[in-house]
Every structure is written in C-alpha cells, then in structure tokens.
Design a protein around this ligand. Structure first.
Ligand code: SF4
Length: 60
C-alpha cells in the first residue's frame, strides 16, 4: 500500500505527483496533503521515486 508520510510532506504547495501518476490516482485535499485513491493505484512506485521530499512510501 502506497502512503503519504505526513512527517515529511510540507503540504504547502501543489503536489507535483498529481501530474506524474499514470493512473490519476493522486489528488490533493483541502489540508494540502496528497490523497491516494486505492481503487485506481496500481502500486507502480513512480510517485515514491519522484516525490522531491521523499514523502511517499510503500507499506507491505
Ligand atoms: S504508485 Fe503509481 S499508480 Fe499508485 S499513486 Fe503512485 S504513481 Fe499513482
């Protein structure tokens, strides 16, 4: 499962991963944190590699 590490995400900017996710599984909530739609996410791992703050991680 792909999750947002809230200790690392500053949630103060438009999340660039919304444009990177090939499945359009990432949106952004009113609080600025990214939201992952698990009905769309295929766990490709692209967002993990591309988040500049390393705020996305995979839990097994
Ligand atoms: S793992 Fe892939 S499909 Fe899932 S949210 Fe990240 S970029 Fe999108």
């Amino acid at each position: 499962m792909i999750v947002v590490d809230r200790n690392k995400c500053p949630h103060d900017h438009r999340c660039p991963l919304m444009d990177i996710c090939p499945e359009e599984a990432i949106s952004q909530g009113d609080d600025g944190y990214p939201i992952i739609d698990y009905t769309l996410c295929i766990e490709c791992g692209i967002c993990i590699k591309r988040c500049p703050l390393r705020a996305i991680k995979q839990l097994n």
